[in-house]
Design a protein around this ligand. Structure first.
Ligand SMILES: NC(=O)c1ccc[n+]([C@@H]2O[C@H](COP(=O)([O-])OP(=O)(O)OC[C@H]3O[C@@H](n4cnc5c(N)ncnc54)[C@H](OP(=O)(O)O)[C@@H]3O)[C@@H](O)[C@H]2O)c1
Length: 345
């Protein structure tokens, strides 16, 4: 495989920084790397013993500057909507972390462990979308169970970390906690609807006229697209919690058939990238603050509903920045390379 030209847009953000670290450790050979952010500000980043200057995306004047083999976008939906197609039009395979293209029919929405089969040809748009962070960990835990037992419905509540809204979310949580401890009763809230420190907030994203928040709609639509099940019954309440990183989900699945706990354990234990905590006394259960193994989807508290042998509860925790964004994007890039989907014209 030849060494590739790679661009990272949003290189200084929470996801971009994590992605650059993963790319650095990967086996992907990089010939030329360009790093973009909102401004240049003389910022430098290290990558494989070389120092790179961060460039301002808006300073690109020449369309030739968007020519690259793979362009990772992690700079928000507005930036992706404008710049993603520009990079793609110059031959780049764009891997986009934002919400800009996920539901477009000409853009595959990919979780490599679940639907790699949807990325065997180069998409006509030149864009591949990375799902929302809460969707990725959910579909990765559900995949072996739905494939084995069929599914009637999925109900879940999420407990999502501050880093889900990027660096400003982490800063606001830390500042808010400090202010609260110093006696401020109403610390500032800009990244969240109300102050998150010592609080939980039952709203992530704008609430529709039907009362459903954007994050809840994304979970439904994206899960349906990834599984190729347009009528999948799934409903969620998404909650922001005062945790720095790692999203947790309490997931209830009602299958078509009765389930046996031993078989569920076997399926989850054998699922690549899933770490099962089968026995609470021996293994405990995953919690966001003490999660080891940021590349895994951690599943604990697995139990069949004593009132309904088709119902199963599980507690699913994963690093939203790694599993939910940067790692998934890198795995998509590896799939693109393995399937030879770069534009070679
Ligand atoms: N955080 C997560 O858990 C997560 C998970 C899944 C998907 N995502 C998605 O990933 C994207 C990035 O999220 P994040 O958490 O990394 O956010 P973040 O920490 O706020 O970082 C945003 C990045 O985008 C850059 N940027 C902002 N405006 C720009 C512009 N006009 N032109 C060029 N670059 C610009 C910023 O550069 P400056 O440093 O110059 O401001 C920074 O590098 C978002 O679309 C988000 O929805 C995030």
């Amino acid at each position: 495989m030849r060494a590739l030209d790679i661009s990272v847009v949003g290189a200084t953000g929470v996801v971009g920084t994590a992605l650059i670290k993963l790319l650095e450790k990967s086996e992907i050979a990089v010939d030329r790397l360009r790093l973009f952010a909102s401004s240049s500000g003389a910022r430098q980043l290290k990558f494989r013993d070389q120092t790179y200057l961060v460039e301002a995306l808006r300073d690109i004047r020449n369309i030739d500057d968007t020519k690259t083999d793979i362009a990772f976008f992690s700079a928000g939906g507005d930036v992706s909507a404008v710049w993603g197609p520009r990079f793609a039009s110059q031959g780049a395979l764009v891997i986009d972390n934002s919400n800009a293209f996920r539901m477009r029919p000409d853009v595959p929405l990919i979780v490599p462990q679940v639907n790699a089969c949807s990325l065997t040809v180069r998409p006509p748009s030149g864009i591949v979308a990375n799902p929302n962070c809460s969707t990725i960990q959910l579909v990765r835990a559900l995949r072996p169970l739905i494939a084995t037992f069929g599914v009637n419905q999925v109900l879940l509540t999420t407990y999502q970390a501050a880093s889900g809204v990027g660096r400003r979310g982490i800063n606001e949580l830390e500042d808010g906690a400090e202010a609260w401890l110093k006696g401020s009763t109403r610390p500032a809230a800009e990244s969240f609807p109300v102050s998150l420190a010592f609080n939980v907030i039952p709203q992530i994203g704008e609430i529709s006229s039907e009362g459903v928040a954007l994050e809840e709609r994304k979970l439904v639509q994206e899960s349906r697209k990834i599984f190729g099940m347009p009528r999948l019954q799934l409903t969620a309440t998404c909650v922001r919690v005062p945790v720095k990183t790692c999203h947790s989900e309490a997931v209830y699945v009602e299958f078509d058939d009765h389930v046996r706990l031993e078989q569920v354990h076997e399926l989850l234990a054998n699922e690549p990238g899933v770490r099962l905590y089968a026995d609470e006394i021996r293994d405990g259960y995953p919690t966001p603050r003490f999660l080891g193994g940021p590349a895994y989807v951690h599943v604990g508290r697995v139990r069949v509903n004593p009132e309904n042998p088709r119902g199963l509860w599980m507690w699913v925790v994963a690093d939203n920045v790694q599993v939910g964004a940067a790692l998934n994007a890198l795995l998509i890039a590896q799939l693109v390379i393995a399937n030879n989907l770069m534009d070679e014209t």
